[in-house]
Design a protein around this ligand. Sequence first.
Ligand code: CMC
Length: 385
Amino acid sequence: MEHKDDGMMNMKTTRDVVRGLKDVAAAETKISYVDPMGVLYYLGYNIDDLMGNVIYSEVAYLLLHGILPNKRELDAFCAKIISQMRLPREVEECIKCSPKHAHPMDVLRTEVSRLGEFDVEGKDFTDEANRRRAIRLIAQVPTIVAAFHRSRQGLPILYPKEDYSFAENYLYMFKGHRPSQDESDVLQRLMILHADHGFNASTFAARVTASTNSDMYSAVTTAIGTLRGPLHGGASEKVMEMLDDIGLEEEVEEYIQGLLDDHKKIMGFGHRVYKVEDPRTKHLRCIVENLCHKDRTMSLYNKCLQIEGIVHDRKSIYPNLDFYAAVAMDALGVPKEFFTPFFCSSRISGWVAHIIEQYEDAVLLRPSSNYVGEFGRKFVPVEQR
Ligand code: CMC
């Protein structure tokens, strides 16, 4: 720490600034670990061991309770989530009144905030109430997304069915028909891979809000606004714009080299933590390969492989979660402006777990900054300026 006299009787304290908080550990967490060498753990479980062996609700339970549920606990948890998917009538009415051209992320951010107004537990901020609130949010974020998708097309909002799984209900309420087993399997996998990821920007933002002892809806609203940016979860929408823009497989080389020549970032590539390939990418690549094979859209898959190769050769970076997730969501029939809302629909389980962990830590997250502005300016009244 260095003290500098600015010559105006002020002492200026300077510290080393860690730009972008790179590698700064802001707190301790037991929820997930992002190993730079390409492994992701949820509560100590390698995601490679979870994929294909659990459903998303099982992961949500794990994130919230710290342990995997037994069969009875899982059935009860799934039934609870499905029973809570319906939105308060007032929130549903507001979704119907949202402008059709509004970005779904605007609607999601606003309606999650509105859910706070209609919380049945009001100002009960005990741990038990927060855990019940967390389950309601896990259940209702997808419902907001699905309801806006329907209402902006002038279609009636659909309600969850008790005999459908959570993933089936989500796709049913979004698309208007019961999904096939394959479609709901793909959604389960996507949701598991998106559920949590250490101290990413939106989770950190949620924890900052929670650290002031603010309510869970405020913290989740903060997180949604943060996830939306194209350097974070908003990247997937940009990936699809790029893939649509490229057109033919033969155009990939020139298009991508051109962007790199212009020092532009290729969306869906690079990562702050991973030094090797993002461990979620292999699962997503495999999902996309199967979907493209089935839909006879192998040229789209080939385009993705080509982009991977060029970006790796030029920049030595790998695709992140958002690259192949965009293609998978497109194959599921999700319009690109709903990609980030789908991301929120899964990450909500990680956010609420982190918010609860932050409440338990009970410390205000408040960093400092190095002031580089002026001191000692002479005040001049407004009439004399
Ligand atoms: N395309 C081209 N070059 C890149 C990219 C990219 N996508 N990402 C990083 N680089 C280069 C960057 O230009 C820089 O090169 P140089 O050292 O020659 O100037 C170097 O790699 C380091 O990049 P950085 O931006 O300083 O790294 P960061 O850790 O601050 O950024 C990142 C990480 C994810 C913001 C960045 O890789 C990026 O902007 N990627 C594109 C957006 C994206 O896909 N975001 C999703 C992130 S992961 C999932 C999620 O959170 O949703």
